[in-house]
Design a protein around this ligand. Structure first.
Ligand code: SF4
Length: 238
């Protein structure tokens, strides 16, 4: 696969490529990975604006590409409804959820542990149960302070490649694609959200960074749930 290998190369391309060049590049990356990994290539769909674009691109490459969604008891009702509609439309999508008992206030007292249990652990299950050798994400390097140094292809876990095919896209280009190709999107964006997560940890903000509304009031503010930073192939613990 031909991809940018350093953060410097990535940052040059973010402003150096136009919208169409980025779309073509993303399609090429998914297509090459599909050729290499076959059914082991699976799309992680968070039901956010970036994920629906990646999912649409993947379906343009091959309509049989599978996906998985991780949901939690704390997802907003609108997101749960959007998830039901997505699964109905794409039955090749599997849903993973951790129903382990946790203290009611865990999202506030220990969001890292909460995310680890409710978000990271189900991703591990998905990777194991679906036989994933390459997972595809909607990560973008212009989303916020924690996302500036990723690459289009990563191998954090042995024998598990991670493809970030829209890493170079600006937020504007995501909405451009959604509008042009009429991709269904979570209606919560109409309320003013720019980044969606669980209800207790997601707020509407007007700051510069898209992820500023995530985990406000905690040490995790604007940060990560852990699926892009924690090991995903270790033994299941919950
Ligand atoms: S986003 Fe909040 S509620 Fe959701 S898993 Fe993480 S800490 Fe828990």
């Amino acid at each position: 696969m031909d991809f940018a290998r350093t953060p410097d190369e990535i940052h040059e391309l973010v402003n150096g490529l136009n919208f169409k060049e980025k779309v073509d590049r993303s399609l090429r990356l998914i297509s090459e990975a599909r050729e290499e990994f076959g059914d082991g290539l699976v799309v992680a769909n968070s039901l956010g604006k970036d994920s629906v674009v990646v999912w649409d691109l993947a379906k343009r490459v091959d309509k049989d590409i599978r996906g998985f969604i991780v949901t939690t008891r704390y997802k907003p009702a609108a997101t749960k409804q959007f998830m039901r509609e997505t699964v109905e439309r794409y039955p090749e999508t599997r849903v993973f959820k951790n129903d382990v008992e946790i203290p009611d206030n865990l999202p506030k007292t220990d969001p890292d542990q909460c995310c680890d249990l409710l978000k990271v652990q189900p991703v591990r299950w998905a990777i194991e149960e679906m036989g994933v050798s390459c997972w595809v994400t909607g990560l973008r390097c212009t989303e916020g302070r924690t996302r500036t140094d990723y690459l289009e292809v990563e191998e954090r876990d042995k024998d598990l490649l991670k493809l970030n095919p829209i890493l170079l896209w600006h937020e504007r280009e995501i909405w451009q694609y959604i509008a042009l190709y009429k991709v269904p999107v979570n209606p919560l964006y109409g309320e003013g959200y720019r980044s969606l997560g669980c209800e207790p940890c997601t707020h509407i903000t007007t700051g510069i960074n898209e992820r500023d509304g995530r985990w406000i009031g905690t040490s995790k503010c604007g940060g990560e749930c852990g699926i892009h930073t924690r090991p995903l192939k270790e033994t299941a613990t919950a």
